[in-house]
Design a protein around this ligand. Structure first.
Ligand code: SAH
Ligand code: SF4
Ligand code: F3S
Length: 444
């Protein structure tokens, strides 16, 4: 009998952690079809690009990459190319028309259809499925772990978003908000613990809006995260990304009272100006956000705090911008993801508000935001000098083979000399110095 040649799949992922988690689901579905995942694009029979649409530059990067893949296909005409994720969902058929070397377009809720779609592609035709679903959570699919440090894993617990922040494409690319059966989440966490994992991050576009109803009983996000934490005291539990509107007292108290739920909250504020927040449809005010931060600090005094912020949204004045800076300073974030506003086709902002802050003003404001955050990060890290922190070792340091790297409870990166320690160990580290990005110390 002729030996069936093993088919190799290369998945390249852009965008948020949800997309990385989705790639692991795709990996699992494709493995069932006889594919093995490879980390070398040159050797692959199939290349999937899991794409992001959040800002124009994200899409431009992917378009560039598609040009390179087009050249790869010239030298290997049997290579099949699929575009997955948010760009697939946003552009649909248009993407197939514009990129003639692409064989397959699949939106984020259609991955279960991949076996059929791949058959179509194998028969020499092009295939597309961009249907969004109101129920799909891929609940019982066991992801193939692609990150593969075997220490830390993502668990996707809810999908979609219907907040319709006016600048954002996600509600259009990811569809309606829906939560996953808690039993399957807890089982996935238990399974990871059995396999030796030490940390899970619960993921969702608005992770803390999680809610599950069965037989009239509700499982809320605080209840869910407590269940996951109860799987093992050795398992660290993190979560991202939270929407400020759903940071409840109950959630804050659950984090404070549960030893293995990490004291770190990523809470995007986007803008410090009430006028901008209203225009963005963020559903909270500056004062309300500040009250939430005060409550967090009251119950969890050492809580790591991080955020997302947008510079130069439609109509943003110099005063609005100053309010963003003053809010950042007041909170004292440990780190932040900072962006220039990028107008996205068909969003509410694109239809209603002119993108009228000049490019150089956006750039200058972003630079001021980055400079401030650099100071805040350094200040926050300096406060850790002399303290002892518990680090979960994730990898060898990027800078030196002699050092290990991991994170503390507050999600700060810590680097220290390796000695006899190994990846996956919990290590007590005394912090001796720092940069704005990293704490440096010695294992005790
Ligand atoms: N669901 C999460 C994160 C969504 S996307 C939340 O609401 O917090 C991640 C970040 O990208 C957002 O928090 C926002 O800061 C940024 N972002 C989204 N759309 C953008 C746009 N059109 N231009 C610039 N930044 C944007
Ligand atoms: Fe986008 Fe807002 Fe939804 Fe976050 S909450 S994904 S920023 S629409
Ligand atoms: Fe990008 Fe889609 Fe995530 S647009 S940020 S990959 S939800």
């Amino acid at each position: 009998m002729e030996k069936v040649k093993e088919k190799r799949l290369f998945i390249e992922t852009y965008g948020c952690q949800m997309n990385f988690s989705d790639s692991e689901i795709v990996g699992s579905i494709m493995t069932e079809q006889g594919y093995t995942t490879t980390d070398a694009a040159e050797n692959a029979d199939v290349i999937f690009i899991n794409t992001c649409s959040i800002r124009d530059n994200a899409e431009q990067r992917i378009r560039k990459r598609l040009k390179e893949i087009k050249r790869m296909k010239k030298s290997n005409p049997n290579l099949k190319v699929g575009i997955l994720g948010c760009m697939a969902e946003r552009l649909k058929q248009q993407l197939l028309d514009e990129e003639e070397h692409v064989d397959l377009i699949v939106g984020p809720d259609a991955y279960r259809d991949l076996p059929n779609l791949i058959k179509t592609v194998d028969s020499g035709r092009r295939a597309i499925n961009v249907l969004l679903s109101e129920e799909e959570t891929y609940a019982e699919i066991e992801p193939v772990r692609l990150g593969n440090n075997s220490v830390s894993a993502f668990i996707s617990i809810m999908r979609g978003c219907e907040n319709f922040c006016t600048y954002c494409v996600v509600p259009f690319t990811r569809g309606k908000e829906r939560s996953r059966d808690p039993e399957t989440i807890v089982n996935e966490a238990s399974d990871l613990v059995t396999k030796g994992y030490k940390e899970v991050t619960l993921l969702g576009q608005n992770v803390n809006s999680y809610t599950w109803n069965e037989d009239g009983a509700e499982v809320s996000f605080p209840q869910l995260i407590a269940k996951v934490a109860a799987v093992s005291p050795e398992l660290r539990v993190r979560f991202a990304t939270s929407h400020p509107k759903d940071i409840s007292d109950e959630l804050i108290k659950t984090i404070a009272n549960t030893q293995n739920i990490c004291n770190a909250i990523h809470l995007p504020f986007q803008s410090g100006s009430n006028a901008m927040l209203k225009k963005m449809n963020r559903k909270y005010t500056r004062e309300w956000y500040m009250e939430r931060i005060s409550t967090i600090k009251q119950y969890i005094p050492d809580c790591g705090l991080s955020t997302d912020v947008i510079a130069g949204f439609c109509g943003e004045t110099e005063e609005d911008h100053q309010e963003t800076l003053s809010l950042m300073d007041w909170v004292g974030y440990d780190y932040a993801f900072m962006f220039k506003y990028s107008e996205r086709p068909n969003t509410i902002a694109q239809k209603k508000f002119p993108d009228d802050v000049p490019e150089e003003v956006k750039s200058r404001r972003l630079t001021e935001i980055i400079d401030l955050q650099q100071k805040l990060s350094l200040r926050s890290n300096e406060q850790s000098i002399g303290k002892v922190v518990e680090v979960l070792v994730e990898s060898t340091s990027k800078r030196s083979e002699a050092d290990l790297a991991g994170r503390n409870d507050q999600n700060k990166m810590v680097v220290f000399p390796r000695k006899h320690y190994q990846i996956g160990d919990y290590v007590q580290v005394k912090i001796t110095s720092c940069t704005a990005a990293t704490l440096i110390g010695e294992a005790l």
